[in-house]
Design a protein around this ligand. Structure first.
Ligand code: ZN
Ligand code: ZN
Length: 393
């Protein structure tokens, strides 16, 4: 819709009436994905700065639905930065789907649960003035006796004083912070595979992925008006990702750039660019965007792209950036808008389902974050600590 409005305004400024502009066939966004955190827990002082990479999270808007997938460190900040309207601010998102219980996917749930309550307005037609936070996340598993419900209860206990004192300042006819917290506990759902949420024509399905020993871990698929989106969560090559992302309009997938020798356990539960190429060649998604990008020191996001290309995947593939907006449009095209640009800007790139890029991106005067070499070397730190421990034996 936004894109159409820009079209109308642009034509209007050329002296052509809006009536004429209105007959232009409108390509409307059906599923809007805003990347909130595309980084990982490496030591990175710039993570939350402009152009930095917060930890995992993305916002999906479809129809009247607004849904957050994962909520790692920095996602609360990015939600504020991503905007939304006065009556429906993105920070007021009330539905959260958690892929797994690593802290880089859950750490900002606390602020969203507590401070976010101030912004979870109900529409006037819905009666009362607020919506409780609703959370879907993994149940227990062999290595996670404490799962999503217990985690949310722990947040509730941690924020009990905050909830109570805010309640003292709240008009009881308006809404109840403490009642909302109780509602959150009543509506927290531990995931099973299949459709986990359905409203207004939007469906969210969960599927198991392979992030062992973090199990169960999930990926998600969103369907709306014939368009589709898949988020891999954290996983190594997963048959379920391939199945669910088969011919999907947009796949947002994780990627891990270190060699296996650097840390076999970590390598084995993530996806290298070479393995990701296999996933994409088998699933044939129409567009792929990388997130959760693990870049070894001296390498960049674009190096991850180059390695995927070298492994044989030639389809549409974009390195994600925080606050990048990706629209899956009614005609099955995908419009990718980097942060800091408008939808109508020349920096937007639109790919057809055949992968044809119809507009160029980024101006030469700006530093491209995707060329910035990573400096933090988690593996070196790890090796140093191992050596220290050996020395102490
Ligand atoms: Zn993980
Ligand atoms: Zn992660």
């Amino acid at each position: 819709m936004k894109k159409f409005l820009f079209t109308v305004l642009a034509i209007g400024s050329l002296g052509i009436s809006n009536t004429q502009a209105a007959v232009t066939p409108a390509v409307t966004p059906v599923i809007k994905v805003t990347l909130l955190g595309t980084g990982v827990p490496l030591l990175n002082p710039q993570a939350l700065a402009k152009g930095g990479r917060a930890l995992s999270g993305l916002l999906v808007e479809a129809g009247t639905e607004k849904m957050l997938f994962d909520c790692g460190q920095g996602v609360y900040t990015r939600l504020v930065q991503s905007g939304g309207s006065m009556i429906s601010p993105n920070i007021g998102v009330d539905k959260v789907f958690i892929s797994h219980l690593h802290s880089d996917h859950i750490a900002d749930l606390g602020p969203l649960f507590s401070i976010g309550a101030l912004y979870r307005y109900k529409k006037p037609t819905d009666g009362a003035a607020n919506n409780p936070l609703r959370v879907w996340g993994p149940g227990s598993g062999p290595n996670q006796p404490v799962a999503t419900w217990a985690m949310m209860q722990a947040f509730r206990v941690a924020y009990q004083t905050d909830f109570h004192v805010r309640q003292l300042f709240t008009n009881p006819n308006d809404f109840s912070v403490t009642d909302d917290a109780v509602e959150t506990m009543k509506s927290t759902t531990e995931l099973k595979e299949g459709v986990v949420y359905s409203h207004g024509g939007v469906t969210v399905s969960a599927f198991l992925v392979d992030h062992n020993p973090m199990s169960p871990s999930y990926g998600f698929r969103v369907n709306y008006k014939g368009r589709s989106f898949v988020y891999s969560g954290d996983t190594t090559k997963s048959a379920n990702v391939i199945k669910n992302a088969s011919n999907v309009d947009l796949l947002v997938h994780e990627v891990y750039g270190y060699a296996r020798e650097g840390g076999p356990e970590i390598y084995d539960y993530h996806t290298s660019p070479e393995t990701a190429a296999e996933v994409f060649l088998e699933a044939k998604p129409k567009n792929v965007v990388y997130t959760h990008m693990v870049m070894p020191p001296g390498t960049s996001a674009n190096d991850l792209i180059d390695r995927t290309r070298a492994a044989g995947y030639k389809g549409p593939l974009t390195p994600g950036q925080d606050l990048m907006v990706i629209n899956v449009n009614s005609d099955a095209t995908v419009t990718i808008t980097p942060p800091g640009t408008t939808t109508a800007s020349s920096k937007s790139i639109t790919t057809s389902s055949a992968g044809v890029v119809t507009a160029s991106t980024s101006s030469s005067s700006e530093i491209d974050i995707n060329d910035v070499k990573a400096t933090s070397d988690f593996m070196e730190i790890s090796k140093y600590r191992q050596a220290q421990l050996k020395g102490n034996e």
